[in-house]
Ligand binder design. Structure first.
Ligand code: CP
Ligand code: NVA
Length: 327
């Protein structure tokens, strides 16, 4: 059983910018570059405990009486189902909201939506388009806001991927993660995880699809060894984990460049360059025959179904961290 008592210097977000005194200081889960390493380690450990079926906080249902709003500006299978199932397993409840079905679609502002939802629910998970939508929600909400993906990042996914690697291979510290393809939102969260968990990242991306420079600069400033190349073979050679993602992210279809991404496909030939024990990861949904071939995603090194499962476990850790401060 894992206790939830936090050290005195626990991370807090100050939401004093709101127009009125807030009923609590909300503990958001927005991006991995905003955390102390100890907090992320703690959340991962909670995720491992949930994966093992252990109680967290001394009770089977630590979030009994809590309600989570799940608000989607984009489609989702894994995020929607894993948050809903996870919240129920922790004893809580959910309200699922699609942007098109609520007054946001008719011009009500995000700020007003955040204020109203905060009067009904205990936390809000937002899958947004622009990252500014997430930040606006967090700014005006008086309850914790969780990032369920934006154009810029996908931290819940990368926390699940870290859990997956540790479950199969142990610590990633000192290891090499190779990213092949679009330097997109998932890549950004991997880069932001690197200084926290002590692994090296080698990203192979076409020149025009490199990860955002400020994300790479932040990770390097915090001691991470990040290489960005245009050569997928250079990135994958000897790597402990090979990761790819769709050539066309949701809401950014006009910017996709399949003709540039074809050489970055993860196939058996490319995978053979990695360490023989390397894992293959993909956040899903996959586009078989594009960024990855069947032989790799269905092959013995692939852990994609475990990654999907671990969304459930690690997000239970995130929810408990956001909503329960002490046992
Ligand atoms: N990986 C992931 O976030 O999947 P969904 O888009 O189905 O939620
Ligand atoms: N990069 C992908 C991830 C989907 C989970 C997208 O944003 O569509």
């Amino acid at each position: 059983m894992i206790s939830l008592i936090e050290p005195a210097n626990s991370w807090r977000v100050d939401m004093t910018a709101s127009h009125k005194p807030l009923r609590q200081t909300a503990r958001h889960f927005l991006d991995l570059d905003q955390f102390d390493t100890g907090i992320l380690r703690r959340v991962l450990d909670l995720g491992h405990a949930c994966r093992r079926g252990e109680d967290v906080g001394g009770t089977r249902q630590p979030l009994a009486g809590c309600t989570l709003a799940l608000l989607f500006e984009k489609p989702s299978t894994r995020t929607r189902v894993s948050f809903e199932v996870g919240m129920r397993q922790l004893g809580g409840d959910v309200v699922v909201l699609d942007r098109d079905a609520i007054q946001l679609s008719r011009g009500e502002t995000l700020a007003d939506t955040a204020r109203v939802l905060s009067r009904y629910v205990d936390a809000i998970m937002l899958r947004a388009g622009p990252a500014t939508h997430l930040h606006e929600m967090a700014h005006y909400a008086s309850v914790p806001v969780i990032n369920g993906l934006t154009h810029d990042s996908h931290p819940c996914q990368v926390m699940a991927d870290l859990l997956t690697f540790e479950h199969h291979r142990g610590s990633l510290a000192g290891g090499v993660v190779a990213w092949c393809g679009d330097g997109n939102n998932v890549a950004a969260s991997w880069i932001q995880a690197a200084p926290h968990f002590g692994f090296r990242m080698r990203l192979a991306c076409p020149e025009v699809l490199r990860p955002r420079e400020e994300v790479v600069a932040w990770a390097r400033l915090h001691g991470a060894d990040i290489t960005v190349t245009t050569d997928p073979r250079e990135a994958v050679r000897g790597a402990d984990c090979v990761v790819t993602d769709t050539w066309s992210s949701m809401g950014l279809e006009n910017e996709s460049r399949p003709e540039l991404l074809r050489p970055y496909q993860v196939n058996a030939g490319l995978m053979a360059l990695a360490h023989p024990q390397a894992l293959f990861m993909h956040c899903l949904p996959a586009h078989r025959g594009e960024e990855v071939t069947d032989e790799v995603i269905d092959g013995p090194q692939s852990v994609v179904w475990d990654e999907a499962e671990n969304r459930l476990h690690v997000q239970k850790g995130i929810l408990v961290w956001c909503l329960r401060r002490a046992s």
